[in-house]
Structures are given as structure tokens and as C-alpha cells.
Design a protein around this ligand. Structure first.
Ligand SMILES: [Zn+2]
Length: 155
């Protein structure tokens, strides 16, 4: 099983978003039934991250019970438990988990502030939802957050 693929239950939306920011393939669809979550975990070889111990038991070796309550603690728990190495190369859309791409010359210019457009190479777009991403000022906050949970990024 590929350790780096996840599916998160409806309690763990924030965690899913953070795992995507750190480049981990994490599916998160609100309003999936337990049966649907279990089926997707099995068929797509994903680890089911859940706050529900009953659901975790049903998922057997596919399930992982998230014990922490706050997002910082949850992130720390998952990164340590699965020995994950975060990647800050912006590879995955935080909103829809779709792999991001670097726009090429023929693509319409994505929306971004002028200073970002000047260094066009840093821009990534999501082919699924059309949003534009770039490592902006919030990037320092992300690095600070990782450092605050004792996770250092190799850049
Ligand atoms: Zn997207």
C-alpha cells in the first residue's frame, strides 16, 4: 500500500487541506457514507483517516484513528506516524486535491498579483477548479507552522 495516499472522513477537512498543501494525495468529500468511504479507501488504496473508532475497525488495515483534536496536533500525529516528508513545491490543489500544473505560454494568464506575474515560473494552476497558487507571504506562515510542530523542511 502506498503510504502517501489518504482519504479523510468528514471530521477531518482541515487536516485534508493541510496534507494537500504539503503535497500528499488526500481525498476529502463531505457527505460520503461510511460504506462509500470504506469502498473508496479499498479500491483506491488509500488510508482512511478517521475520528470514528468504529469506522476505523471496519476499515481494518486500511484505517487509521486520528487521536489528536487540534489541527496542529493532528498534522504532527500524521506526519510522524506515517513518516511523511512534506514537500512545499505546490504539487496538489488544496481545494480539490487535483495535481497542479505550471501554465504554459498558450494558457490564458491566470489571475495573480503583478509581482507574482513578473516571476511567472512560480505560478501553478489547478486544471480542475481553475484557481491559481503561488508561494506568497502565507508560505512563511506554513513553514513556521511546520517548525512549531518540530518539522523542518529541506528546501
Ligand atoms: Zn483545484
Amino acid at each position: 500500500m502506498d503510504k502517501n495516499r489518504f482519504i479523510a472522513d468528514c471530521m477531518l477537512g482541515k487536516l485534508a487541506r493541510w496534507l494537500r498543501i504539503l503535497s500528499f494525495d488526500t481525498q476529502y468529500v463531505r457527505y460520503l457514507t461510511d460504506a462509500q468511504l470504506l469502498a473508496q479507501a479499498r479500491y483506491q488504496n488509500r488510508i482512511l483517516l478517521t475520528k470514528d473508532s468504529l469506522l476505523q475497525k471496519k476499515a481494518k488495515n486500511f484505517g487509521y484513528l486520528v487521536r489528536s483534536e487540534t489541527i496542529d496536533e493532528q498534522l504532527k500525529e500524521i506526519l510522524h506516524h506515517f513518516q511523511l516528508r512534506p514537500n512545499l513545491a505546490l504539487t496538489r490543489c488544496p481545494h480539490c486535491n487535483f495535481p497542479l500544473k505550471t501554465p504554459d505560454q498558450n494558457d490564458p494568464i491566470p489571475w495573480a498579483p503583478l509581482y507574482v506575474l513578473r516571476s511567472f515560473s512560480n505560478i501553478k494552476v489547478c486544471p480542475q477548479c481553475g484557481q491559481t497558487f503561488w508561494p506568497g507571504t502565507h508560505w512563511n506562515n506554513i513553514i513556521k507552522k511546520l517548525e512549531s510542530i518540530n518539522f523542518h523542511i529541506n528546501e
